[in-house]
Design a protein around this ligand. Structure first.
Ligand SMILES: Nc1nc2c(ncn2[C@@H]2O[C@H](COP(=O)(O)OP(=O)(O)OP(=O)(O)O)[C@@H](O)[C@H]2O)c(=O)[nH]1
Ligand SMILES: [Mg+2]
Length: 321
């Protein structure tokens, strides 16, 4: 088992794509193998610029990512893409497959795309996602893109994790209003109104610009609002330019370090939550003390909050690892 992981991590570090694919599966499966692999690869990570692409289903995130891949490759950089809980298969895009094929990139070793499940993990980034990002970094990719679907908690979580967050919208869907209502107008570093070829793009543009002026949370970086048509590639070079400008801003202002600290904080909090839960669940069957505590709550002599406090301070350290 150990040699297996050694071979796997060695091959991954050499840039072997099958090893990378397998390693991500190990991360998705979780458990002690995932933890061990994550530990081995840790020293080789944290090198890529991490871009989050989020927005409602069907706004064209994957198509935009596909267009960005072309820009990234033209810039001589490599890119790994993780599509989290995609509602439609990423490569189902004949678009992606075809374009890459047309450019002779069928076996482009500079591009790696993978779908991942984050199911049952509302409001957080799954530990597997953090690990998969590190694996892509350890494989040597310069840029990592995470595509997440939806407008809500998990987008906020991804925004905390990414260096640059792109909020994708489309005209005439009420999407803009929805975005403003749910407060996610604060999470974008770059706003892209995709499907700019459809009617209503300029109206959506003014709605977004206006609400950004009202929100104005970040006065150092003024999030650009861009209109693009990912399908034809119109305007996507401006999106790529905005990404590079945002990267420069993050580095020169020191914001990058702050963001990465926030990211570590978010990851640690996920790990602690997962471990505490596992310790508690395993401890339940082993620990008479926990059983006694449950009985107290059952007898109405202790409320669940106080019971949890006692567990945290007294019992959890003794629960099985
Ligand atoms: N008219 C128009 N259609 C587009 C454009 N970009 C994408 N589409 C279409 O919009 C549909 C959804 O595109 P996707 O890229 O799969 O959207 P997505 O946001 O990744 O979708 P999910 O991952 O399922 O949430 C596809 O039929 C695309 O062809 C565009 O610029 N203009
Ligand atoms: Mg998609």
């Amino acid at each position: 088992l150990t040699t297996d992981l050694t071979t796997l991590s060695d091959n991954l570090l050499k840039g072997d794509r099958r090893a990378l694919a397998r390693a991500i599966t190990v991360a998705e499966t979780g458990g002690s193998q995932a933890t061990e692999l994550s530990k081995r690869l840790f020293g080789h990570s944290s090198t890529a610029h991490l871009i989050g692409v989020t927005g409602s289903p069907g706004v064209g995130k994957s198509t935009l990512v596909d267009a960005l891949i072309t820009n990234i490759r033209k810039a001589g950089l490599t890119v790994g893409v993780l599509a989290i809980d995609p509602t439609s298969p990423f490569t189902g895009g004949a678009i992606l497959g075809d374009r890459i094929r047309m450019q002779g990139h069928t076996l482009d070793r500079g591009v790696f795309i993978r779908s991942m499940a984050n199911r049952g993990h509302v409001g957080g980034v799954s530990l597997a996602t953090y690990d998969a990002v590190r694996m892509l970094e350890a494989s040597g990719f310069n840029i990592v893109i995470i595509e997440t679907v939806g407008v809500g908690q998990s987008e906020l979580a991804i925004a905390k994790t990414a260096d640059t967050t792109i909020l994708t919208l489309m005209p005439g869907s009420g999407d803009d209003v929805q975005a403003i209502k749910s407060g996610i107008m604060e999470i974008g570093d770059i706003y892209v109104i995709n499907k700019g070829d459809l009617p209503g793009a300029s109206k959506a543009y003014s709605v977004i610009v206006q609400s950004l002026e009202l929100t104005a949370v970040n006065n150092e970086w003024r999030p650009p609002v861009l209109i693009a048509s990912a399908e034809t590639g119109d305007g996507t070079d401006k999106v790529w330019l905005a990404i590079t400008q945002h990267k420069d801003f993050l580095e020169s202002s020191g914001t990058l370090v702050e963001r990465r600290k926030a990211k570590i904080q978010a990851e640690l909090s996920e790990i602690i939550a997962a471990k505490a839960k596992r310790n508690f669940q395993e401890g339940m069957s082993h620990s008479g003390q926990i059983q006694a505590l449950l009985q107290e709550v059952l007898n109405l002599s202790l409320d669940p909050h106080s019971a949890a406090d006692r567990l945290m301070t007294e019992l959890l350290p003794f629960a099985q690892k």
